[in-house]
Design a protein around this ligand. Structure first.
Ligand code: 7TS
Length: 424
């Protein structure tokens, strides 16, 4: 694959030509990148599992704990007001980041998983009848499979799966064919964590809407890497996690169109989500508070704002351009490794190089690379059906971030040559 990957064709964004990132400078912002592993410089290529945090995020949490911490949405005292304001400013920041029309469309959750479970329980379950269908794709993370299986079990609805090609590309004609009058919801991944495929979600959304079907997009692997605009996309729901985009762990987002959120019942009860409680009857708060029962991840929510500011400061187009160059370079290097097979060879990919070697199990690859200070993920990546589709038990996965360098890609392939020496 050359670096001339047809970026815009499927990225749903128009990426203008941009100034390249000063990666060495960017790396200075991430204290952990100075760390040594077994005496060797850390080469962190497990970004799809979780990214690292820049100093601005670390400092925001430290400042909160040292100066501004209190519970939110409940105090007249100064600290509670300061913390509440910071938390709610984060909601505005998220709204801006994904181009939502209204801050009430931004629900804070624990992460992508919880966002999808919220939609499954509060949007899908009350609407589903026996015989209804939910359509997903064959490249979903378990987080976008299991919640639908649970609601199907509860309601008698049926899960349908749109197949993918040997390259890991969604078969659009099959996807279109599976949209039927029985389909009540589509739930599809934007960027596959196991294959790297970028799905043509704009087209998928159009097709779903042409049949009057709402659609949720799992953006866990897209929000950190691509410019996302939910109004342009016109998706009904969009889910993502803070920890994969330089933000804190345990905070995530569900974007939902306001009309949907207003029509949805709460899914968890407790403090903050109510209007008036009596033993006879309780009335519920408006969105988004209706879906945010209990004390939330205050520091996570607050420190998501500097993470977003950081990404926007670098520019999502510059991030995408550099990551795309790294992926193209790594894909090129992979061609020189005997017995290496890339799993996921779609022309339009983001961030992820998933592969197997003839001679070594992915766990052995991961263990030997760790000796060299190189962190990759090995296993099924919580996408077991993808492994089944490609008939492999697991893959080794290097996933790139904007702070990775070509030298780190070289280190990865030096490490893989060591694997060949041991097992080849
Ligand atoms: N959807 C996709 C596409 C993902 O990649 C992940 C996490 C999730 C949903 C769940 O996100 P969470 O933040 O709620 O856990 N993916 C991975 C991964 O690839 N390696 O570790 C976690």
């Amino acid at each position: 694959m050359s670096s001339a990957v047809p970026l815009d064709a499927l990225r749903d964004t128009h990426a203008p030509r941009v100034e390249p990132l000063d990666v060495e400078r960017v790396r200075q912002d991430f204290p952990i990148l100075q760390r040594k592993i077994r005496g060797k410089p850390l080469v962190y290529l497990d970004n799809a599992a979780s990214s690292q945090r820049p100093r601005v995020v670390i400092e925001a949490i430290r400042k909160l704990y040292e100066q501004d911490y209190a519970n939110i949405h409940r105090g007249v005292h100064t600290l509670s007001q300061v913390a509440t304001e910071a938390y709610e400013n984060s909601r505005d920041k998220v709204r801006q980041f994904i181009g939502a029309a209204d801050r009430r469309e931004i629900v804070f959750t624990r992460g992508t998983t919880e966002s999808i479970n919220l939609v499954a329980n509060s949007f899908a379950r009350p609407r589903l009848q026996p015989g209804d269908e939910i359509l997903i794709t064959a490249m979903e993370h378990h987080a976008n499979i299991v919640p639908w299986q649970l609601v199907c079990e509860q309601t008698g609805a049926r899960l349908r799966v749109a197949p993918i090609s040997d390259e890991g590309i969604l078969r659009m004609e099959e996807f279109a064919r599976l949209l039927t009058p029985r389909t009540r919801l589509v739930a599809a991944v934007h960027v596959s964590n196991a294959l790297g495929t970028i799905n043509p979600i704009r087209r998928m959304i159009e097709l779903a809407h042409a049949g009057g079907i709402p659609i949720l997009i799992d953006g866990a692997q897209a929000a950190p890497h691509l410019r996302v605009n939910v109004q342009q996309l016109d998706c009904d729901f969009y889910a993502f996690s803070g920890h994969k985009m330089c933000g804190p762990t345990g905070i995530g987002v569900l974007y939902g169109k306001l009309a949907h959120l207003e029509a949805m019942p709460p899914w968890q009860g407790g403090g903050d989500m109510i209007n008036v409680v009596t033993f006879e009857k309780t009335t519920y708060n408006d969105p988004p508070q209706r879906f945010e029962a209990g004390t939330p991840n205050i520091e996570g929510g607050i420190a998501l704002a500097p993470a977003i500011d950081y990404l926007l400061g670098l520019g999502m187009d510059r991030i995408a351009a550099w990551e795309n160059e790294l992926l193209a370079y790594a894909t090129q290097c992979a061609a020189d490794i005997p017995g290496l097979r890339i799993i996921g060879t779609a022309p339009c990919k983001a961030s992820v190089l998933s592969f197997v070697l003839d001679c070594a199990h992915p766990h052995d690859i991961g263990t030997i690379l760790d000796q060299e200070g190189i962190a990759i993920r090995t296993g099924h990546h919580c996408a077991q059906p993808v492994m089944q589709r490609f008939n492999v038990p697991a893959t080794a996965r290097a996933s790139f971030s904007f702070y990775n360098t070509r030298e780190e890609v070289d280190a990865l392939f030096r490490g893989l040559r060591k694997v060949l020496e041991v097992f080849g």
